[in-house]
Design a protein around this ligand. Structure first.
Ligand code: AMP
Ligand code: GLY
Length: 424
């Protein structure tokens, strides 16, 4: 089979490496992929958002199955377009991808179907939003409605910061049209858990839980990033919490999407906070998380392509989805200065013994075939071991086997999880 994967980051590299283990896969194309994937897929220089050319490529190359991984093409309707062209696809249609594409859509869905989440109000008028803030307890959370590269969430500590955030989004257009409408919501506290799930719209199969580390610096300081590292499983996600999530969050969400006429097929990501009043939804994503995929997929023991096809065909209830009982840790090697300003173009050296455990993200090949840094998050180093402490130690050991100038990584990936692991 010829498979096409849309996207070009570490998450896509993890999907591609896993798909290579699937039965029946002969060839994988990555659109656009990146230079660090060249041994695993043929990279074709078509942007993930260039839907017309993606479709053209897929039809001309007689692609048997496509996986659309990033949020933008999903929200733009890549799956609808490929499906209409006769190419079966993994991922939600545009109507279902709204669950991530519009925070107002997802908040209203949760309210209508009694799915636990932070209390909130939505606004399309700046004056009304500012007036509402006068009556809020602090801290308060302000979210741009649309996609904003994970940066459209501001946690304001006081009224001045809150008003500033609303004005930046609604008046100054900091996130373009994404910020013309905002959600203002209650600040929740507790450990965060990411649960990715496979679903065909009827059946839902949660994957192994994970924990992301979104802030740029140690001790969760600095700016929010796309994610600086992950561990799996997440020790805060106990069997009792998992059961409660299934009953109060996962099944109700799948059923709500069906009832609204947009059954969700693909990977539905639940960003959860375990509050003292139980688990609550912080956000939904319509796709695999990055770098959650880099710890979850290496632990998948079942055939990924078979599961993906079952999501498309509606046969997930008859398909095996099994995870290893081991643990994984992914450490992101970033360019110093990420997520604000950083230099690119430094040569990346990966020692041979580390190569199988490296997922490439912001990397490209030079004309003479050297691998160069080309983005903020450059590499993800994933170690799988029997226990969490071993996996974390091994991921840090991998960092000594990859080299590039201005490399930056956090030194405390997994340390909060280790605390819970030791107390359990
Ligand atoms: P999001 O892009 O919605 O995942 O938000 C980014 C991060 O902001 C989350 O991972 C949380 O750490 C934090 N956050 C979002 N919403 C809330 C909330 N209601 N209360 C506390 N923290 C939040
Ligand atoms: N790591 C968080 C995300 O992919 O949205």
């Amino acid at each position: 089979m010829k498979i096409l994967v849309v996207g070009g980051g570490g998450r896509e590299h993890a999907i591609i490496k896993k798909l290579r283990e699937s039965r029946g896969v002969d060839k994988i194309y990555a659109l656009p992929g990146n230079g660090g994937m060249k041994d695993d897929a043929e990279c074709v220089a078509i942007a993930a958002t260039d839907l017309e050319n993606i479709k053209k490529f897929a039809v001309e190359n007689k692609i048997d199955y496509a996986v659309v991984a990033p949020d933008d093409p999903l929200v733009m309707g890549a799956v609808d377009m490929l499906t209409e062209a006769g190419i079966p696809c993994f991922g939600p249609c545009a109507a279902a991808a709204q669950i991530e594409g519009s925070k107002i859509f997802s908040k209203n869905l949760m309210k209508k179907y009694n799915i636990p989440t932070a209390e909130y109000e939505t606004f399309d008028d700046c004056g009304k939003a500012l007036e509402y803030l006068e009556h809020c307890n602090m801290p308060i959370v302000i979210k741009a409605d649309g996609l904003a590269l994970g940066k459209g969430v501001i946690i304001a500590q006081n009224l001045t910061e809150a008003k500033e955030a609303v004005k930046e989004m609604m008046e100054d257009g900091k996130f373009g049209r994404s910020g013309s409408r905002v959600v203002i919501e209650e600040f929740l506290e507790g450990p965060e858990v990411s649960v990715l799930s496979f679903t065909d719209g009827e059946t839902i199969r949660p994957m192994i839980s994970s924990m992301d580390h979104k802030r740029a610096m140690d001790n969760d300081e600095g700016l929010n990033t796309g994610g600086m590292g992950t561990i799996a499983p997440n020790p805060y996600y106990t069997k009792d919490i998992a059961d409660e999530c299934m009953e109060k969050i996962f099944l109700p969400t799948i059923n709500a999407m069906k009832a609204e006429g947009h059954p969700f097929k693909g990977c539905l990501y639940f960003g959860l906070m375990i509050t003292k009043n139980g688990p609550k939804v912080i956000e939904y994503n319509c796709r695999f998380g990055d770098p959650e995929a880099q710890v979850v997929l290496p632990l998948l023991e079942s055939d990924l392509l078979e599961i993906m096809q079952a999501c498309t065909n509606g046969t997930l209830s008859q398909t095996k989805v099994k995870f290893s009982s081991s643990s994984a840790c992914c450490l992101i090697m970033a360019s110093k200065g990420y997520p604000v300003k950083y230099e690119k173009g430094f040569e990346i050296e990966i020692e041979n013994e580390a190569k199988p455990y490296v997922y490439c993200a912001g990397a490209k090949l030079s004309e003479d075939g050297k691998l160069l840094t080309n983005g903020g998050r450059v590499l993800g180093l994933t170690a799988v071991r029997e226990t969490l402490p071993e996996a974390i130690k091994a991921a840090y050991a991998l960092s000594e086997k990859v080299h590039f100038e201005n490399a930056y990584f956090r030194h405390d990936i997994g340390s909060r999880a280790l605390k819970a692991y030791r107390e359990a």
